[in-house]
Design a protein around this ligand. Sequence first.
Ligand SMILES: Cc1cc2nc3c(=O)[nH]c(=O)nc-3n(C[C@H](O)[C@H](O)[C@H](O)COP(=O)(O)OP(=O)(O)OC[C@H]3O[C@@H](n4cnc5c(N)ncnc54)[C@H](O)[C@@H]3O)c2cc1C
Length: 426
Amino acid sequence: MVEQCIIVGGSHAGAQVAISLRQEGWDGNILIISDEPCLPYHRPPLSKGFVSGDKTLNDILLRPADYYQTRNIEFLHNVTVLDIDRPNKQLVCSDGETRRYSKLALTTGAQVRKLDLPGAELAGVHYLRNAQDAQAIRRTAVNAESAVIVGGGYIGLELAASFRKAGMHVTVLEMSQRILARVAASELAEFYTRVHEEEGVKIVTGTSAASFIGSHHVDNNVDTQPSATDSSKVVGVLGTDGKDYAADIVIIGVGVIPNTDIAAKAGLQVNNGIVVNEYAQTSDADIVAAGDCTFHPNALLGRSLRLESVPNATEQAKSAAASLCNKQKLYASLPWFWSDQFDLKLQIAGVNHGYDRVVVRGDAQTTRSIAVFYLKQNNVIAVDCVNRAPEFAVIKKALSKNLKLRVEELANESIKPKELIIESDV
Ligand SMILES: Cc1cc2nc3c(=O)[nH]c(=O)nc-3n(C[C@H](O)[C@H](O)[C@H](O)COP(=O)(O)OP(=O)(O)OC[C@H]3O[C@@H](n4cnc5c(N)ncnc54)[C@H](O)[C@@H]3O)c2cc1C
């Protein structure tokens, strides 16, 4: 009987598992079951060129349709996998069918964290995770003059930049005392706050949304709840600081949660993600997992973690595919990430978890180009580079290969980036 590998989820990780399976010599069937209506696409442009209308879905496809056809990779769209029946090696699907697998890859990614606030269901209040969300945002944004972004993380700030470039009045509400609190040092947050403010974005910290105000809102001390009839659309946000912020469109960007339900129900180990080893294998020999949905060990970092990034999804998927073909491809890549806002290209290498000191290279007060190095016990563990491609390349290489850096010279701009490595072969 022909073997069948089923991949659940058709995005960065899912597509790469399929592609790598063929490269590794898998000659059985490959079926990608996706609850989305379209072929896999690049998700990062959703908050950048796609939401602004510069790019279409076709422009951002990972691969064209014929790429998959020629490799005999099949898709089943608009179908959700509801259950994994491990004893019988079959999947229960939302179209009422069960489908048998010989090997299974879980690449289910993550979903947005929702805010259960009054008025959250009003027209014009959006989340952003997929192309359909982005298309809906685009439709609302076309006629919008003001936007409120709830959450000052990377995706919220990218959207703020896209909306501002389109000429909207943009306010970012951030619950913490500064933006990027979960992911970056205050030095980088202050830099981004300055640039956003220079561009005309209003950033309000220490404040979140208390409720969303609809167009049918009646403020007569009797009915102060936002009304949410079908025709009611958002007109503003009531902040937790008691102030009203005008908004024709609201985006809630307060993080994501990994999609682990089907894995947990099937008895696979889940702990802030589907637990896998360094070969992307779960505790079931026939099931691998890759991408945003996994909690995995990283030998370079010496600990396990869950990552939300395209390079992680792609690289881990390659290991997953190798494992499915009974080969071993260690996944131990250095985590890296990027974000584009206005003319700022941010590239991050490493994970700054546990840093005890920060060194800044460049003038963070007046320029648009800096590098923020994170140190732990006098060793660089991560770097955030804004418009600093040479520094990024050097530090990424040093961290990946465990090369020593001249820590005392990090801030010294007269030293070329490649000279920061001791005994460099750059
Ligand atoms: C707006 C935005 C901007 C971003 N910008 C960047 C960036 O600049 N740089 C960067 O590195 N990363 C960025 N990211 C993060 C990056 O897109 C993710 O890390 C990446 O998409 C993870 O890929 P994945 O395949 O693991 O999961 P996902 O992309 O989440 O895909 C999982 C897929 O599985 C489907 N699915 C889930 N459960 C089921 C089921 N039971 N049955 C069928 N289908 C299912 C989902 O609908 C989805 O299509 C961004 C993300 C967003 C949303």
